[in-house]
Design a protein around this ligand. Sequence first.
Ligand SMILES: NC(=O)c1ccc[n+]([C@@H]2O[C@H](COP(=O)([O-])OP(=O)(O)OC[C@H]3O[C@@H](n4cnc5c(N)ncnc54)[C@H](O)[C@@H]3O)[C@@H](O)[C@H]2O)c1
Length: 329
Amino acid sequence: VSVSGPVRVAVLGVGKMGELHLQKLKELESVSVCGIYDTDAERLRALGEKYGVPIYSDPGELFFEADAASIATPTRTHYALCRQALEAGVHVLVEKPIADTVPEAEELVRIAARGNRILQVGLIERFRYRALAGDHHAGKHVRYIEAQRLTPSLGRDTKADVVTDLMIHDLDLVLSLMEQDPVHVSAIGVRVLTDLLDMANVRLEFANGAVVNLSVSRVSNDPVRKFRIFFDDAYASLDFRDNGIKTYTRETAGERSLRLSRRDQVPIDALKDQIADFVDCVRTGRAPIVTGTDGARALRYAKIIVDKIHERASYRGPCAGAEASAREH
Ligand SMILES: NC(=O)c1ccc[n+]([C@@H]2O[C@H](COP(=O)([O-])OP(=O)(O)OC[C@H]3O[C@@H](n4cnc5c(N)ncnc54)[C@H](O)[C@@H]3O)[C@@H](O)[C@H]2O)c1
């Protein structure tokens, strides 16, 4: 599947994320942006001019010119556009979540495999973790993970619950680090600002005894993105907001405390790393770091969690005050 010469990449959906994709693609020497497409004709024209790239009003015509596509449209459109791209022989990087439903996600994985096309999903925290921690966890036994992802109300895309929209990043990272499925999932959550889940807490338990505790909220004044991972003889505390890492290790066997062994702040451009990985996969034919299968797995767990929360008695709908504010959104 490899491509020689500059990789011709199309960008579909040039909203907030799509414009960032476009910027990073323009920075890569191995890429030529062959065109952009967006249903908002005014924005399409403006960005075409701003970045000096051809604009298209038909995705099929754009796919005809492209080796690969970056798809950053609203999630409800991912399946149809990814499918069209893959069937046109175009490699795909699609923003998270891969699709609206698990059957759609699995279908995309099948179509990509059948056509021998790359399907990568924009679960970007994998690249931040790699840049910060490298292979710190390699060969170590993960005992416990504690992650918090708290944001102020985004005011956007409230069509997505907070698990599928935000916790999916931590789910994907955890599942990739654990390299196994959990044996038990428990979850609680509430809606506060929107008519979908706005806050959730999830515990994943693994057959080897490891426990993962994830909290997510879009009702927070102070944004937090912390990821703490505990091993037998060490622990790493990562801050995905300021790209900081602290690692603590037990230097002598039997010692009852851990000492700070590394404190770092790493300059990271995770989006650029993600896009460079995609382009390299297109050039060489190797598998991406975050595959379509990974994207489908993260979505599957997000759906399991949302279903579990809905099943619980604690999910009784918005309280009176929240109902009013959900209507205002
Ligand atoms: N990886 C991350 O951290 C991250 C962060 C934010 C958003 N996202 C994801 O990126 C995607 C886009 O989010 P956003 O915040 O950029 O949204 P946005 O609303 O800013 O941009 C979406 C763009 O797609 C266009 N569009 C709508 N329907 C289209 C269609 N059928 N074909 C072509 N263009 C279409 C819109 O006109 C708009 O310009 C979502 O799937 C979201 O989950 C990922």
